[in-house]
Design a protein around this ligand. Structure first.
Ligand SMILES: Cc1cc2nc3c(=O)[nH]c(=O)nc-3n(C[C@H](O)[C@H](O)[C@H](O)COP(=O)(O)OP(=O)(O)OC[C@H]3O[C@@H](n4cnc5c(N)ncnc54)[C@H](O)[C@@H]3O)c2cc1C
Length: 511
């Protein structure tokens, strides 16, 4: 008898799942398969003292629990089950080894240090009990082994070159969902580990999040995110087939309001509740059936950023977390002023667009892509604060947090990553992408009476007007954090500040 222990990680789905597919096909018919997920405290409630953050905030933890519940239901429909434990995987997985069986553990390989450390601990623990261990690649559109180079050794240094070099690389077909009975769970499931067998942990009682830590569902949220592959597949269908919004993506993707300006698929992708390959093939199908246009092309291009970030982290290892990044750009000379960092985190900087974006993320766990670039650039390029205080905060708050895309995105936005250094002017971004201040007014209600012409720079309002619209800057809404670029000279000062940054980086460009 073979026993296959399937350690599920960021691959929480039954569709196009290479690990489940491997388990279904491996070792003939006399076998039993045990899918397991560990809610590891090191990746959930642990506090990261240095950055004063938590690894996973309650919104993402709730999304994870919903995902696990849905996965268990879908596995049960296939005649299987999902064991859930709160113990560390290296402690729990060896307990599943059967003395009367030939044991193998199979899992999806990860990329970054913390995940690799856990992987090593699990491998050691299993090896000490003489179980076999099988890692499987599965988190990208292009399979690692199909790339025309070995990403751990070489990677084109910028995204555009990555796309050029990988053009023509095949995207493997979607794997079939295992058929009913192919994932045979041990017959005496309740004898196995009663505690974990039917256990679906509670956010407060079991995971230890404070009772009132979950903000109520915010009616301003751009989307009603619910965890689980069923909800992810529903959203994919909605975005592609029902609304055909993907056909407008190039025109809408920089907007800040509404559910269809972008796909909103990232939270499901981050936990592997959606397969990136499934999205890729479905988009190609959409192009064949309806239309292939600039928007569908840009959408696929954006999806491949996710692959690039993964291979970038694989190529540079722990350097991607370094203070001055993979190129050691020490000229940035980051500051760490917790007062400034906390004002940024809380959405109280006095810069309306920045505050709106941060409050949106704090309340809903999501922020539009344009916004992520703008707030990251503001914290690092304008306020000169250490980018890691921003990245760790995003890690806590985002429901789509994904180590590679988050740290890649921060490196890119703070000038220490791959490609051109983009220096944004937050006021210009505000005027360009929230022309009438609708997004600002929805998230910063203190400014709702401010006339549109002042909404992007309320500190320039004459005092008489501040009184007339009952919005005194410094009392009802904060004065902006001192920053030469905006405060001394208003947005006109942006040019001077841009020059400073340009001098430091030859490849800099600004927007
Ligand atoms: C500072 C910063 C931090 C970020 N942190 C994360 C993160 O933790 N998790 C995460 O998934 N994305 C992150 N991103 C990338 C991007 O902002 C989100 O993927 C995107 O906003 C998700 O919304 P969407 O699903 O509607 O994307 P869409 O615009 O509809 O794009 C479709 C998919 O393509 C991928 N994608 C799009 N843009 C990017 C990008 N720039 N980098 C990588 N993948 C991309 C995502 O998987 C996304 O779901 C970050 C970007 C920045 C600048």
């Amino acid at each position: 008898m073979k026993r296959i222990i399937v350690w599920l990680r960021n691959d929480l789905r039954v569709h196009d799942n290479p690990v489940l597919d491997w388990a279904a096909k491996y070792g003939g018919k006399t076998k039993e398969i045990l899918p397991v997920y560990s809610i590891d405290p090191r990746f959930t409630t642990r506090r990261v003292e240095k950055y004063d953050t938590q690894k996973c905030g309650p919104l993402r933890a709730r999304f994870l629990l919903e995902t696990l519940e849905n996965l268990r239901t879908n596995l049960e429909a296939l005649g299987s089950h999902l064991l859930i434990t709160l113990e560390k995987p290296e402690d729990f997985l060896p307990l599943l080894i059967s003395e009367n069986a030939d044991n193998t553990l199979v899992y999806q390989e990860e990329i970054c240090k913390e995940e690799l450390d856990v992987e090593k601990a699990v491998k050691d623990a299993m090896a000490s009990k003489k179980a076999k261990v099988q890692g499987i690649w599965g988190s990208t559109i292009y399979h690692r082994d199909d790339l025309p180079f070995k990403p751990a050794e070489y990677l084109p240094h910028i995204y555009g070159k990555f796309r050029e070099k990988t053009e023509g690389t095949r995207v493997r077909a979607i794997l079939p969902t295992p058929k009913k009975g192919e994932l045979a769970f041990p017959a005496k499931k309740n004898d196995l580990i009663t505690k974990t067998s039917s256990f679906l942990p509670d956010l407060v009682k079991d995971l230890g999040y404070p009772k009132d830590s979950l903000p109520p569902q915010d009616p301003r949220a751009c989307y009603d995110f619910k965890g689980g592959e069923d909800a992810g597949l529903k959203r994919l269908k909605e975005y592609l087939w029902d609304t055909k919004a993907v056909a407008q993506y190039a025109l809408t993707r920089n907007q800040l309001l509404g559910s269809n300006y972008s796909s909103k698929l990232s939270p499901w992708l981050a936990l592997g509740a959606l397969s990136p390959r499934q999205i890729y093939h479905e988009t190609r199908k959409f192009e064949d059936k309806h239309r292939k246009n600039e928007s569908t092309k840009v959408f696929v291009d954006e999806l491949f950023w996710r692959d690039f970030n993964r291979y970038w982290c694989m190529r540079y290892g722990t350097k991607v977390f370094f203070e001055y990044g993979i190129y050691d750009r020490t000229y940035y000379d980051w500051k760490t002023n917790m007062d400034i960092i906390n004002r940024w985190r809380q959405g109280k900087t006095g810069m309306p667009l920045i505050d709106a974006l941060m409050r949106d993320m704090n309340a809903t766990g999501f922020m539009p892509n344009r916004g992520r670039m703008v707030v990251a650039c503001y914290l690092t390029m304008d306020l000169k604060q250490d980018w890691r205080y921003g990245a760790h905060y995003f890690e806590e708050k985002l429901i789509d947090h994904d180590v590679q895309s988050n740290y890649g995105g921060w490196a890119f936005s703070s000038g220490i990553g791959p490609g051109r250094v983009l220096v944004f002017n937050s006021v210009k971004q505000s005027r360009d992408f929230d022309k009438n201040g609708e997004y600002i007014k929805s998230w910063v209600p203190e400014l709702k009476r401010v006339p549109t012409e002042y909404i992007h720079e309320p500190w320039t309002m004459p005092l008489t007007l501040q009184v007339a619209c009952k919005t005194k800057i410094g009392e009802d809404y904060p004065k902006p954090i001192a920053c030469e670029k905006y405060v001394k000279t208003g947005s006109a000062g942006a040019g001077a500040a841009k020059k400073v940054v340009k001098k430091r980086s030859k490849s800099a460009s600004s927007d």
